[in-house]
Structures are given as C-alpha cells and as structure tokens.
Design a protein around this ligand. Sequence first.
Ligand code: GTP
Length: 239
Amino acid sequence: MTDLKYKRIILKLSGEALAGDQGFGIHPPVIKTVAKEVKDVYELGLQIGIVVGGGNMWRGESGAQMGMERAQADYIGMLATIMNALALQDNLESLDVPTRVQTSIEMREIAEPYIRRKAIRHLEKNRVVIFAGGTGSPYFSTDTTAALRAAEINADAILMAKNGVDGVYSADPNVDVNAVKYDHLTQMDIINKGLHVMDSTASTLSMDNDIPLEVFNLNQPGNIKKVVLGEQIGTTVRG
Ligand code: GTP
C-alpha cells in the first residue's frame, strides 16, 4: 500500500464547495469533480468519513439574523446538509465508490441513522461514510460535527477542505498584503494569535482529543491526495 500520512480521516467539505461559481445550490459538474477527488484518495486505501456543510443552501445563523428562531433556522440548515450528502453519495456511487449515508436525525426511508459502531464497521469494509445532518442539535456547526465524528471514529486527522483558501494566514490575505501563511500551528497558537480556523467549540473538541487538522484549498485538483501523502500544501494544526 502507498505510504499514507493518515489511515482514517474525516474530510470536512463546506456546502459552498458544491455550488461552484453559481454560489448557490448544487452545481452538478462541481460535485462530480469533488467526488472524483474523493475517489482518487479512496483508491489509495484510505478510510474516509465525510462531513458536509449546508451553506450552499441555508445558514442557520443568517436565518436567525433575519429574525427567525435560531433553533428552527438551524434545523433547516441540518436538512440542507442531508440534501448535500445524498447528492454526494449519488456522485460517488456513479464512480463506483461504495458509500453509506448516516443521518444524525432519523429519516430511515432516506438513509441509515447515525450509529457509531456501524459507521466504523462500514469504514473497515472500505465504504465511504457520509455523516449528514450535523450533530443533530441546533447551535452547533458542521465544523463541530467534523471534530465530534473524528473523535468518535478515532480518525487520525480532520481534513478541512476550503473553498479557495489555501491555509491559515496571519491576516486576511485579500485585505492585508503582509499576511503570511502558516505551515504549522498549534491550537494554542490559534487562540493566542486570534486566528480563525474552526469555530471555538470545534477547536476545543479537536484540541482536547488531540486530533490534527489539515487546512488546504479544495479547488486545486489533487490536493486531498497530496495531504494524505504527506505533502505540506496548506496548514497543519496540532494540539
Ligand atoms: P453490513 O452490515 O456490513 O452488511 O452493511 P450494509 O450497510 O451493507 O448492510 P445493511 O443490510 O445494514 O444495509 C444495506 C443497505 O441498506 C445499505 O445501502 C444501507 O445504507 C441501507 N440501509 C441500512 N439501514 C438503513 C436504514 O435505516 N434506512 C435506509 N434508508 N437505508 C438503510
């Protein structure tokens, strides 16, 4: 088997990564490309869990800002992640990658419910497991879901695939010309320097459970593969 830096990962995909330039919804050619990238790493023999966001359709926080009750707005967001998960499953299976979708909120006609031990068994049988519906509770993000599922399935790392951003910078590179990209950081550096990688709940969960993060740009073909093969292309964050 190829020399892999990680054997079992959680890949965090933002919902926006499925929208492409149209900025909303699911853009079929874009999701096909993402699925192809996942297939390329799947073929290396890696065990892959995917947590997908829903921001390409709905953001709970934005709904709340527009006057909606926050919990209600978050439930709509969870449903958005389930739609993305089903679309991703469809695309992966059309490329002959075996998958299982597990939802944090039971909807058995559509997908399996989330059962930790079953998810691990699927991974051991080389099925890509897509964790849909966020944590199933309002007030949490899909970054937190990624950290939670990574801890639960004993993932070696969380791969934070960003939409157009190639790592963690000292400042916003679009605003500050002096912004520098970090290759390596600790979770403590992130807190001390006031950087933003994940929301604080997700950061704390990854730090407490000693789960490394790899932050990199999804939009460059081959990047997921480079990360799992140990190439330093983005920012690695360790506890
Ligand atoms: P093994 O136990 O390793 O054989 O895993 P498996 O997933 O192949 O077995 P299972 O018989 O549990 O599932 C067969 C198919 O049914 C898979 O595509 C599952 O995703 C799907 N499936 C299992 N449970 C549910 C469920 O509660 N709801 C829905 N919609 N599909 C399910």
